[in-house]
Write a protein that binds this ligand. Structure first.
Ligand code: TRH
Length: 378
């Protein structure tokens, strides 16, 4: 049944919050024929990953989704049938009051951050009554196992990935101005936080026995790399050559193109939540830079994922993956051996990732689960 959905998204920092909400909005509208309104408090960040977004428009329609600028002074709006509060962003007071005034209060869902920790299945779907009003929020936890809310995955994801053959890859490289492939080259996309051992890794890559192309989107990390080489040219589109390593700094891509880049590269360094999930669908070996949290609580999250992901991985490959991920997140110092050990398992990791994806495909996708949950309660 066609329902009205309101998705509320605050951009805390970076692009993950809006990245997730945008995928969610598109899937709800295009695959489940739902009427979607997306409230975002930072249209500039949104326009960085979706350039058709006009950062100055209070209200606009893109791909059949109504996008509204969520201002501090919230304009009154009729609440939808289902309200998604993404990542515990707080709903505007006037909106909550309007929810109360509806004959049938909306289904209110708090979409939480993704985690592989075992407690997720216990908390997924739990109700939380509002302390003052007669409204109940439901906690929705994405995850990698049965009993969690699942992962964002479009219905045509696999077909689109299959269609990305050599010819499509070539066309993609040309369209984005990326360098052509060299024989035996290793192609790496690098998207990470500042806490990753970037300079050390660059040193390691430059000593590689085969040519390496490192593709880096513009930003603080790219700035650091440019500074490392005292490179004179402008940061965006800079090409830096050092021994076996070529670094190409590129403009930040539109989200749909970023997904293609993950398919195009041999290794993907990803971070946060959304690029981390997309790298898994791409099936190329990936290295996760987890969003650092206070008191190191992110380590539990990282190791919980490794435990699940590596359950069927032979021990040598598993320890190569773990060593690289731990180094990349700052547990030990990075060195060539760590990287070479991991790179040596490229082929077996490709196979492992296909199996991992097949395991994930057995779960219902996040948006189908969300629609189901809402329908059950409406
Ligand atoms: O930007 P992030 O660091 O976002 C993070 C996480 O969501 C984290 O959990 C949250 O707490 C924090 O923000 C506030 O990394 P993430 O999640 O991978 O999101 C990046 C988005 O940017 C993703 O949708 C992919 C997109 N992207 C592009 O569209 N083009 C690009 O060139 C690149 C590199 C990324």
């Amino acid at each position: 049944m066609r329902r009205q959905w309101d998705i509320f998204c605050t951009v805390i920092d970076n692009f993950g919050d809006i990245g997730v909400c945008w995928r969610l909005a598109k899937q709800l509208a295009h695959e489940h024929d739902q009427s979607v309104r997306l409230w975002v408090d930072d249209l500039v960040s949104f326009a960085t990953i979706v350039p058709t977004v006009n950062p100055r428009a209070q209200q606009q329609n893109i791909l059949c989704i109504e996008i509204c600028y969520w201002q501090q002074a919230f304009v009154e709006a009729e609440p939808a049938d289902v309200v998604i509060e993404a990542f515990a962003c707080e709903l505007p007071e006037v909106y909550v009051t309007a929810m109360l005034q509806k004959k049938k209060p909306p289904i209110w869902i708090n979409l939480e951050y993704l985690s592989a920790e075992p407690w997720v299945t216990q908390y997924h779907g739990l109700p939380s009554p509002h302390p003052h009003f007669c409204l109940t929020k439901t906690f929705f936890f994405p995850g990698f196992v049965l009993g969690s809310g699942g992962l964002l995955r479009e219905k045509n994801l696999l077909a689109r990935q299959d269609a990305f053959d050599q010819k499509a890859d070539q066309a993609f490289l040309q369209r984005k101005g990326l360098l052509n492939r060299k024989d035996d080259e290793i192609r790496i996309s690098l998207f990470c936080y500042e806490n990753a051992p970037i300079e050390k890794f660059i040193q390691v890559l430059s000593e590689s026995t085969v040519p390496v192309l490192l593709i880096v989107p513009q930003g603080i990390v790219a700035d650091r790399i440019v500074a490392l080489f005292n490179h004179a040219s402008s940061q965006i589109n800079a090409l830096i050559h050092h021994k076996q390593l070529t670094i190409q700094i590129i403009p930040f891509m539109e989200q749909t193109d970023y997904d293609l880049m993950l398919l195009s590269c041999d290794f993907n360094f990803v971070r946060g939540e959304d690029s981390f999930v997309r790298a898994q669908w791409a099936t190329k070996p990936f290295i996760w830079n987890i969003y650092p949290q206070q008191e190191g609580v992110h380590w539990k999250k990282l190791d919980a994922f490794l435990t699940l992901y590596m359950a069927d991985l032979p021990v040598e490959a598993a320890s190569a993956v773990q060593a690289m991920w731990h180094c990349w997140n700052g547990k030990y110092e990075m060195n060539s051996l760590i990287w070479e050990n991991l790179a040596a398992f490229h082929r077996s990791l490709m196979q492992h990732n296909k199996n991992w994806v097949n395991q994930l495909l057995e779960l219902e996708d996040l948006v189908s689960n969300l629609v189901q949950l809402a329908e059950n309660r409406l």
